[in-house]
Design a binder for this molecule. Sequence first.
Ligand SMILES: Cc1cc2nc3c(=O)[nH]c(=O)nc-3n(C[C@H](O)[C@H](O)[C@H](O)COP(=O)(O)OP(=O)(O)OC[C@H]3O[C@@H](n4cnc5c(N)ncnc54)[C@H](O)[C@@H]3O)c2cc1C
Length: 367
Amino acid sequence: MQDILVIGAGVIGQLSALQLASAGLRVTLVDAAQAGQESSWAGGGIISPLYPWRYSPAVTALAQWSQAFYPRLAGQLLAQTNIDPEVHATGLFWLDLEDEMLALQWAQALGKPLVPVDMAQVRTVIPALGDGFTRAVHMPGLANVRNPRLLKALRVALLQLPNLCLQENAAVTGFITEAGRVCGVQTRQGQLRAGQVVLAAGAWSGELLAGLDIQLPVEPVKGQMILYQCAADFLPAMVLGKGRYAIPRRDGHVLVGSTLEHAGFDKTPTGDALASLKASAEALLPALAQAEVVGHWAGLRPGSPEGIPFIGEVPAFPGLWLNCGHYRNGLVLAPASCELLKNLLLDESPIVDPGPYSPAGRLGSCA
Ligand SMILES: Cc1cc2nc3c(=O)[nH]c(=O)nc-3n(C[C@H](O)[C@H](O)[C@H](O)COP(=O)(O)OP(=O)(O)OC[C@H]3O[C@@H](n4cnc5c(N)ncnc54)[C@H](O)[C@@H]3O)c2cc1C
């Protein structure tokens, strides 16, 4: 049995560990804090890029594979853990898109069911929608996942596996190398050795790689979000206008997001963002002006060039693998990214062409 050590227990690290342990490998998953409390918890859980036509085919390929896989993943986790990740297929309405033509051309080329709809139709579905919107396109069936529940279910599923060891509150401080090969990590609690090490530490991945003099272009991009509790039928579909979106959960919670801020590793929610998110929420759904904001938080997305994740072995350091840099789409891209990582580690035929995600040629030197 092969030993794998995965650094970071966000959605990427947890799902990587689950796929690898389910394939029979012996896996250790380490996190600096509690599993699943960072970006993967903070996200909105839309199982699609916000504007999928603005991304490269590399992002689309992973998104498509994951979208098909999510209902099965949620079903498996529910059966195994009794925790429902709540994949909620509400569809999504985009309002007043400036690049509507591009969106429709993209959809036609890929056979996606994105269609223009008139505003009267949108209002029939969402009676609470605000005035002032003039055009809409709709993708039926598009879903969101209740990401905090997904993470809880993943953690319980992982703990059921005899060949998986989860070590929380064990921050990795550096890599152990021998003869140019990475063969383990140093943590605050001591050394952990493994045949292969996977770096899935989200926005913190770059800091860790800098210890090997590798410059990984992944940086924290702060995103703030607010939460309302509404009647279960208040918002029957996801809606996105002027760069902001509202996501309904099955029990009537409505999330409104998000900000995009370059503020280093600071995760403090701010009054300015609260006011701006409330204004967006009330423009989309005016009745929210009378509703209480029951939650407000921030998370750090692992920002990367064009949002294309790094998946594969680091050429200069055999034994060190990356699965990080998923930027705004880590929840939607997670199943495919982790399956691809497993394919590469186990020399299986890959679900998609691994070329665009390969770290080769995309890393710099800190020297
Ligand atoms: C406001 C907001 C909205 C979003 N909405 C969506 C959406 O609708 N759909 C979508 O697909 N994506 C969305 N995202 C993006 C998505 O959340 C991220 O891309 C994804 O969560 C990244 O997952 P990750 O596992 O790489 O990172 P994280 O979830 O951040 O996990 C990284 C883990 O590494 C651990 N770690 C860090 N340093 C160390 C260390 N030294 N040693 C050990 N462990 C360490 C951390 O503790 C953490 O648990 C959103 C993000 C935000 C912030």
